[in-house]
Design a protein around this ligand. Structure first.
Ligand SMILES: NC(=O)c1ccc[n+]([C@@H]2O[C@H](COP(=O)([O-])OP(=O)(O)OC[C@H]3O[C@@H](n4cnc5c(N)ncnc54)[C@H](OP(=O)(O)O)[C@@H]3O)[C@@H](O)[C@H]2O)c1
Length: 216
């Protein structure tokens, strides 16, 4: 499948590389058509990899991942172009973190709203799925880095898009039992608000290879 990965940070590179390994074609998007990180990543990725602007990547992808800085995701997706997002599954892994006030980070959007809901409202024809934002990117694409039956969450107002995102998660290695469906996109506010605790735990544990497991 053709996948557009918006973001040139560690998340974009990690998801992009994993998708290439699974046989997908991946276009990485940036503010600049000549982003050095994206160019290097695409050169290493070989035939299936390309890079360009956010708009180029969004146009290329039949499915899109939002791996941009949460506080700038609306700007990045605006640059991607509303028309390039329309009717596509947009898997939003971003978190609206603000590190400017020290640790743990605060959230630029919280409580009665979320980044994913804002994206869905701003781009009503996109099919936004919040997923994978509660784990480190290496765990996103290789859940076996953490032992046990730990979980990830998905939510969306679009059942078909949620199912499509679920198929990508299962390609990454998540089992259906590990994928917890929280319902509509409104639930994204709950998973995004976990992040200050995630960052605190990461500092205490000294590793990013951990996750939530549910005992019933
Ligand atoms: N690190 C993790 O393991 C992890 C885990 C879960 C969720 N997340 C979330 O995933 C997202 C990506 O994280 P990251 O650490 O890979 O990268 P990041 O540094 O948070 O974001 C890098 C991307 O954001 C874009 N960006 C930055 N400022 C922008 C602006 N003013 N306008 C438009 N775009 C802008 C950059 O564009 P350019 O390419 O043009 O520079 C780049 O593509 C974040 O939302 C983060 O919270 C990260």
């Amino acid at each position: 499948m053709k996948v557009g990965v918006l973001g040139t940070g560690v998340v974009g590179k990690t998801i992009g590389t994993r998708l290439l390994g699974l046989g997908h074609e991946v276009w990485m998007g940036s503010r600049s058509a000549h982003n050095e990180t994206a160019a290097e990543w695409a050169a290493e990725g070989g035939d299936g990899a390309g890079h360009g602007t956010f708009s180029d990547a969004a146009e290329f992808g039949e499915v899109l991942f939002n791996g941009t800085a949460g506080a700038s995701s609306i700007d990045a997706l605006t640059a991607a172009g509303e028309g390039n997002l329309a009717d596509k599954t947009l898997i939003d892994v971003a978190n609206p973190l603000d590190f400017s006030h020290g640790m743990p980070p605060t959230l630029t959007i919280a409580n009665d709203d979320s980044l994913a809901e804002t994206i869905q409202r701003t781009f009503p024809y996109a099919r936004v799925v919040k997923a994978l934002n509660t784990v480190n990117c290496r765990v996103m694409v290789e859940p076996s880095r953490v032992p046990g039956d730990h979980v990830v969450f998905v939510c969306s107002d679009h059942p078909g898009a949620k199912a499509e995102a679920g198929r990508f998660l299962m390609e990454f290695g998540w089992t259906s039992a590990q994928i917890i469906d929280l319902g509509g996109i409104r639930a994204a506010r709950t998973t995004e608000m976990y992040l200050p605790l995630w960052v605190t735990l990461m500092q205490k544990l000294g590793t990013a290879d951990f996750n939530i497991a549910l005992s019933r």
